[in-house]
Write a protein that binds this ligand. Structure first.
Ligand code: NDP
Length: 289
């Protein structure tokens, strides 16, 4: 069997088409959505990610504002930056790019963002709503992107076994909740670095989501024939190419011969994450007007 490739780029394009219509409706009322991204310090990967977000905004006609804060700025400076963006009526979405310099607490800074402008969906209020069973608010972008990808593949997950490998605040944990919510109804196992018998757990699963950050960790032997495999991992592996590295996921390419459907890296969950950030920015703007 060769798996159906779940093309994140294509689904992201469809989402962008739908967003263009909504942005057009907003502009008829004189409103242009605006996303503010705060970067603290000079992490090169952060600049790459923020560049991709800015290009997506430009494609859609969303205004983007980038606020650079020096790596040695104190906590109070970041706090006042976020507060002034909260108060600015021209700004509809605010995110603080991760990672922050060591010693700066990401969770407390995230919780300063006005929940109605929290386009990353990481504020305690937005995550809390999700735990209460309400998935209608601003959802974390990568988990929401995975759910859109599964919906688009028309997979019926009701009563199916899902294993989510990774329990982070931004990917694994919220995604597990979304998969287990009423209406989706998967039976979810959350696996992590202390999980025993991972291969057996995976072999039993109808859906495997890998969100670890470990290249090629999920091998073909772990995959039940016909299972769906979503690869969230993005790993830079050094090589002799001009770039000096290539990108790969957490899933070994051989899994393509066993799985029923599989999301590639690159071109799978990555573009979905950006599309969902754009979607949250439009949603936040609609809620504010
Ligand atoms: P974290 O480092 O926050 O979490 C990784 C998780 O993997 C942890 O829960 C950890 O367990 C678990 N883990 C680590 N080693 C193992 C192991 N050997 N077996 C089982 N579980 C293990 O990472 P993120 O959630 O932020 O990101 C995960 C991956 O997804 C990364 O590659 C990241 O780059 C990528 N990513 C991709 C995005 C996209 O748009 N495609 C967006 C965000 C992230 P424990 O909790 O016990 O430490």
């Amino acid at each position: 069997m060769t798996a159906v490739v779940l093309d994140g780029k294509e689904i992201a394009r469809e989402i962008e088409e739908e967003l263009r219509r909504r942005i057009n409706d907003l502009s008829k009322n004189g409103v242009t959505p605006c996303l503010a991204v705060v970067i603290v310090g000079d992490d090169p990967a952060s600049h790459v990610y923020v560049g991709a977000k800015e290009r997506a905004c430009a494609r859609l006609g969303i205004r983007s504002v980038r606020v650079d804060v020096a790596y040695n700025a104190d906590y109070e400076e970041v706090v006042s930056t976020v507060k002034s963006l909260n108060e600015d009526p021209e700004i509809n979405g605010v995110l603080v790019q991760s990672p922050l310099p060591s010693g700066m607490d990401e969770i407390s800074i995230t919780d300063l963002i006005d929940p109605i402008k929290d386009v990353d969906g990481f504020h305690a209020q937005n995550l809390g709503r999700l735990v209460q069973g309400d998935a209608s608010g601003l959802l974390p972008c990568t988990p929401a992107g995975v759910m859109r990808m599964l919906e688009r593949a028309k997979l019926d997950l009701s009563g199916k076994r899902a294993v989510v490998i990774g329990r982070s605040r931004i990917v694994g944990m919220p995604l597990s909740i979304l998969l287990a919510q009423r209406g989706v109804d998967a039976t979810v196992t959350i696996a992590h670095s202390r999980t025993a018998g991972m291969a057996d757990l995976c072999r039993d699963a109808d859906l495997i989501v890998a969100a670890v950050g470990s290249p090629n960790m999920i091998t073909a032997e772990w995959v039940k024939p016909g299972a769906t495999v979503i690869d969230v991992g993005i790993n830079r592996v050094t090589d002799n190419s001009e770039k000096g590295y290539y990108l790969t996921g957490d899933v070994h390419p051989d899994a393509l011969d066993i799985a029923g459907a599989l999301s590639p890296v690159p071109g799978g969950v990555g573009p979905m994450t950006i599309a969902m950030l754009m979607s949250n920015t439009v949603r936040a703007t609609e809620m504010q007007h």
